[in-house]
Design a protein around this ligand. Structure first.
Ligand code: BV8
Length: 245
């Protein structure tokens, strides 16, 4: 893929780069995107119906087991060239922030350091009642397992629909976007808020905005450049064109 000279030149002189990623960047690692058809027990459920506190209250066992199934998938996958390319960009600029909607930990495994997980992390568990992270608990027949502190149900430490993002995560991300030189939106359908509002912080501040995605999204008509295709192929080519030239 060839890239516009404006993009290459801007990347070579950029000091501050902010990237927003979604499930699409993990797709090539074998992690189903949020909207991939659900399988097995959950085939008849829309993920947006499962990833809610209401669903958990209504059927805690089913929601807990959905996350345990996803955790097992994520334990077996590895970062792909798209993740590694972003970790490489972080090493080449003065200030880099990676804001991810993904809960799969793959950016950190690929070596990214300055990461905000705005939707939490599936590997972490917390108490549904006390909202505190729990690292160990007694294994009993209870599904979900119980909190060793209060006996409440345990849940994955992820942000469900209708729940607030981790305190300060959105504000810190938006501040970084407003003050960067180049903004990327990669592998996200740009449908879920408030994450999907972040690109508009760049657009409203006339910051060079680039989207890399397998399909068009509501953001596509607004960005300066839209590169269509797999992030795992496009990002390494972009890094080579900008920094290995
Ligand atoms: C909030 C963690 C304030 C869990 C996720 C009514 C009541 C309350 C809130 C709302 C409401 N109505 C609307 C809202 C706001 C709601 C929202 O935005 N809903 C949407 C559906 C309209 N948001 C919230 O509730 C947020 N909180 O607003 O709090 C509040 C609180 C109370 C009351 C009022 C307001 C919390 C949202 C967080 C939800 N948690 N994840 C879990 O994972 O189980 S969101 C989840 O879905 C993902 O994290 C991701 O962010 C999102 C989308 O998932 P996908 O579509 O799979 O992934 P993605 O979008 O990344 O799309 C994949 C893209 O990649 C595709 O475009 C595809 O083409 C592309 N692709 C595929 N392969 C590749 C590729 N691209 C490149 N390369 C490839 N190889």
């Amino acid at each position: 893929m060839s890239f516009p000279e404006e993009v290459i030149r801007k990347l070579q002189t950029a000091e501050r780069i902010v990237v927003l990623t979604g499930a699409g960047i993990s797709a090539e690692s074998g992690v189903p995107t949020f909207r991939d058809a659900q399988s097995g027990l959950w085939a008849n459920y829309d993920p947006e119906e499962l990833a809610t506190p209401q669903a958990f209250r209504r059927n805690p066992r089913m929601v807990w087991e959905w996350y345990m199934m996803r955790r097992e998938i994520i334990k077996k996958v590895k970062p792909n060239p798209g993740h590694f390319a972003l970790a490489g960009i972080e090493k080449r600029v003065t200030r880099f922030l990676l804001v991810t909607q993904n809960i799969d930990n793959l950016h950190r495994l690929a070596g990214s350091e300055n990461v905000i997980e705005i939707h939490g992390n599936i590997q972490r568990t917390k108490c549904f009642d006390e909202d505190v992270v729990i690292d160990t608990w007694d294994t009993t027949d209870d599904v979900p397992p119980r909190c060793p502190r209060c006996g409440g149900m345990l849940r994955p430490d992820v942000v469900w629909f209708g729940e607030m993002l981790p305190s300060g995560a959105f504000e810190k991300s938006a501040e970084a976007v407003r003050n960067c030189d180049v903004f990327f939106s990669i592998g996200t359908s740009s449908l879920v808020y408030p994450a999907a509002a972040l690109p508009y912080e760049a657009l409203n501040n006339r910051i060079l905005s680039i989207e890399i995605n397998a399909e068009a999204t509501p953001l596509t008509v607004h960005v300066d450049h839209h590169f269509r295709g797999p992030a795992g192929e496009i990002l390494p080519q972009l890094v080579a064109a900008a920094w290995r030239a």
